[in-house]
Ligand binder design. Sequence first.
Ligand SMILES: [Zn+2]
Ligand SMILES: [Zn+2]
Ligand SMILES: [Zn+2]
Length: 142
Amino acid sequence: MCRFDEAWIGVCKADGEPYCEKHLISCVSCGEQATHSCDATGQFCCGQPLCDNCEHTYRSNGCSGGLSFYEPATLPEGLKEHCKKSEQVYLMWMYKDILDNDEYKIIEETDEFVTLEWKTQPLKLSRKQWDTYKNQEVGSGI
Ligand SMILES: [Zn+2]
Ligand SMILES: [Zn+2]
Ligand SMILES: [Zn+2]
């Protein structure tokens, strides 16, 4: 059964192993086999195919952009609408809120990622996002 995860719809489940014909598609960011469609939403839902290592690029205001008529925030230099998770530069606005107001501790640090323990779920940030937060270049939120 196809295990492609469609944003806002769920797992495809059509015939095909591991993906049905329709879902033998490449990640728009890196070209690997896509595993799901992007669930980022503005006024529109993104829906582009992505693999597990990539996601919608956060803009300087901490929102995933390109999905609304009015686009005030800019993409980080050198990045497209989608990027590897390790390439994210800006922090999602919700994470900034969490880091500002909640207790957390660092449970793992690598060259690419910083993983924080927060309530019951770990928050995995790219090192660039972490540095951005530390330097407070997070923009004015939404
Ligand atoms: Zn499918
Ligand atoms: Zn990818
Ligand atoms: Zn997207």
